[in-house]
Design a protein around this ligand. Structure first.
Ligand SMILES: [Zn+2]
Length: 211
């Protein structure tokens, strides 16, 4: 059951600081905003549903190119939060934590293989978990022009990625909040373009939610 009144898609113009652990920062991240958001929404859920024993089920769909090690660590052994991370196998962090579902991608992975991996991951998420809220990290760093990404997604590929996640949430009427996470383009305007594309698709889906 989703959060009451949350017929929505929401965006953060920053965030996605997924390398931060509960007890320490790491990889440009001081606090783990997804973890804080998940816990706050679970608290709100209990405030609204005092009779419920089961906490709000939150899935974190982390599509930044780096593994969400901090998030995985914080929610290890927590059955109320499902952590999914699609990331570069050889990329930072070099010591990875175990998410509920990790999908490791080889260097140079391009649109078709990436989108297939995403599809399989969403299928598995659906088989194993019933989310009432989705937190999506829409990292721009899988882009082919990224300095740190090591993958090779095009603008179209990343837009298809975003559309797939927004559509997956919309089809199931699961509220979704997303954050920007990483992006380190050789040309900064390319990173900005990837992010603008994410917001353009998000706006399309936000309009659907408002009807
Ligand atoms: Zn990243």
């Amino acid at each position: 059951m989703p959060v009451r009144g949350a017929r929505a898609l929401r965006a953060n113009l920053a965030g996605g600081t997924h390398h931060a652990y509960a007890h320490k920062g790491g990889g440009f991240c001081v606090f783990n905003d997804s973890a804080v958001a998940a816990r706050l929404m679970q608290a709100e859920w209990f405030r609204q549903h005092r009779q419920e024993r089961k906490p709000l089920q939150v899935a974190v769909i982390d599509l930044d190119v780096h593994q969400g090690n901090g998030t995985a660590s914080i929610f290890a052994n927590d059955l109320s939060v499902f952590t999914l991370s699609l990331h570069g196998q050889k990329n930072f962090p070099f010591h990875k934590e175990a998410s509920d579902l990790d999908v490791e991608l080889p260097d140079g992975c391009a649109d078709a293989d990436y989108l297939q991996a995403l599809e399989q991951a969403l299928d598995e998420l659906e088989r194993r978990f019933e989310p009432g809220l989705l937190l999506f990290l829409a990292g721009a760093d899988p882009f082919e022009g990224d300095r740190l990404g090591r993958l090779a997604l095009s603008y179209d590929g990343l837009e298809a990625r975003d559309r797939r996640v927004f559509d997956w949430a919309w089809q199931r009427r699961i509220p979704l909040a997303f954050s920007m996470a990483g992006g380190y383009g050789v040309k900064i305007d390319e990173t900005v373009q990837v992010q603008i594309n994410t917001y353009r698709v998000a706006l399309e889906y936000w309009r659907k939610w408002q009807r």
